[in-house]
Design a binder for this molecule. Structure first.
Ligand code: GBH
Length: 496
């Protein structure tokens, strides 16, 4: 490298590290700051008060190696019994919003609406009322990966019947809770239960159908989402005046080089991860690059037609425009390039993209093997979403940092959250991305799916060895409380 260029680089790096580089403008007064959780990960009480079995109960009880150490959600953070305490710690942090999910099989033990579990309904009524009386707005996810086992027994998400079953369940929730709940999210990160649940099979229900079952799952998720939105729009919106959205996640995929090929690989991967769900909902139909690639590969593999099921014109029209807001989960980034040794015969969603991805060795990592500390990636992702989907209203529904020990001295989590919030604020200020809130993952240490209790994301530590599941605030809880009070990431902020 030329000496002058390296000198400039050294100078740039030192400026960046000295100037703390955090955004120094106030968050808007009405910016929603909250915390997030999900039912299976925190509730426990897996078979209490009439709850039905879900797919994670089912698989973890039968296969002790499915998760790390055989950990499961039978008791986990015990929020079913400790919800009042959880509302109290939310209040102690000053959050204005709490994002949680409803366990489908807790209110509908068999998934169908013929049998409603009153005690399950009472639990969510109590939780919502406790939140409201503490001035905390509920943001409710209808599906955070815990399909009732009875529905899985008849095929689960790849079976088209799920569209009506989910819509019935959603309608019931609007009816039961919609007088108090104004923000609904139909699905959380459907990519994970579809690609991992019906593709690679490492998430419940553990079915391996790469390149086939996983697309059937996505297809029905999108239709189910749209149907639920229309039900809300037609029957509830006028009276309840709430909003219905969906939560989509993706890494930022940074081109490994400046070559046109690597830039295209980045765009392709974004469409395969984010566009798979966002494109039908915001632009109509699957992304062209997905349709083209999967069709070409399917035909070359001897299939009669594309493994990606097509939407009819009528379906495309019904699905387009069915999000009042968009929830974005953003945690991490990867490098990408065109996969030159791509195996044309290989099956599966990642293979179909013909893009390979990896981490830059210099990036700091969290405990979770997929988590790199790359706040700049979130800003790029948000800008891409704005440009690709015509400036949707966005809430960051998840963002957070994992460690192994759940330490109370969690400076790394504070660093993660503040640098990401800074990038998110830059996206708002500099790129004009319309972001109205942020719910940090997570309120509590909880069951981190297949990682069990080894990856801890909580702002509150939970003592899993104590029958009490004692909650203790980490340093990050105090940091977050102050941030919500000051709405400012640095010592002194300026107006925008
Ligand atoms: C979320 O999952 C979940 O909603 C939540 O339940 C979980 O506890 C939390 O985050 C922490 O893990 O290659 O683009 O498909 C996020 C976990 C993050 C795993 C993104 C897959 C790969 C992104 N996922 N990651 S992509």
């Amino acid at each position: 490298m030329a000496p002058l260029r390296s000198l400039v680089l050294v100078l740039l790096f030192s400026v960046a590290s000295f100037a703390a580089e955090l955004n120094n403008k106030y968050f808007p007064d009405d910016f929603m700051f909250g915390a997030a959780t999900s039912a299976y990960q925190i509730e426990g009480a897996w078979n209490e008060d009439g709850k039905g079995e879900n797919i994670w109960d089912h698989i973890t009880h039968r296969n002790k190696t499915f998760t790390h150490g055989g950990d499961n959600g039978d008791i986990t953070s015990d929020s079913y019994h400790k919800y009042k305490e959880d509302v109290a710690i939310l209040k102690a942090m000053n959050v204005t919003h709490y994002r949680f999910s409803i366990g489908w099989s807790r209110i509908l033990p068999n998934g169908f609406t013929n049998q409603i579990n009153d005690l399950g309904v009472a639990y969510y009524n109590n939780l919502i009322n406790e939140l409201k009386s503490n001035n905390i707005e509920p943001l409710v996810t209808l599906y955070h990966w815990d399909t009732p086992q009875a529905i899985q027994d008849i095929g689960g998400f790849p079976n088209g019947i799920i569209v009506d079953l989910f819509a019935d369940y959603a309608e019931l929730c609007f009816k039961l809770f919609g007088d108090r709940v104004k923000y609904w999210m139909t699905f959380n990160e459907p990519k994970q239960p579809c690609n991992h649940g019906y593709g690679s099979g490492d998430y419940a229900p553990g079915i391996q159908s790469p390149g086939i079952g996983e697309y059937m799952c996505s297809h029905n998720v999108i239709k189910a989402h749209a149907k639920a939105w229309h039900i809300y729009n037609d029957k509830f919106r006028a009276e309840q005046k709430g909003q219905v959205g969906i939560v989509i996640d993706s890494n930022w995929w940074e081109p490994a080089s400046d070559s046109a090929e690597d830039k295209e690989a980045s765009e392709t991967k974004l469409h395969f991860t984010f566009g798979l769900y966002a494109n039908p909902i915001f632009n109509g139909d699957y992304p062209k690059v997905m349709k083209d690639k999967i069709k070409e590969r399917s035909l070359a593999q001897g299939f009669k037609e594309s493994r990606l099921p097509p939407f009819t014109e009528k379906e495309i029209a019904e699905i387009k425009g069915t999000a009042d807001f968009l929830g974005v989960n953003t945690y991490s980034s990867s490098l990408v390039s065109h996969d030159k040794e791509v195996d044309k015969m290989a099956m599966g969603y990642v293979k179909d993209s013909e893009v390979k991805d990896w981490f830059d060795d210099s990036w700091e990592k969290g405990a979770s093997d997929w988590l790199t500390v790359t706040p700049w990636g979130s800003r790029k992702l948000l800008k891409w979403i704005k440009d690709t989907y015509n400036s949707p209203r966005i809430i960051i529904t998840e963002n957070g940092y994992s460690d192994f020990d759940g330490t109370l001295d969690d400076d790394k989590r504070i660093h993660y959250i503040s640098t990401y919030l800074s990038s998110i604020k830059d996206a708002m200020d500099e790129d004009g991305v319309d972001i109205f809130g942020y719910t940090v993952w997570s309120l509590l240490d909880n069951l981190e799916w297949t990682f069990g209790f080894t990856n801890k994301f909580g702002l509150y530590n939970v003592d899993f060895n104590s029958p009490n599941r004692t909650r203790t605030p980490k340093k990050s809880a105090t940091f977050y409380k102050n941030l919500i009070k000051t709405k400012c990431l640095v010592d002194k902020c300026v107006e925008k």
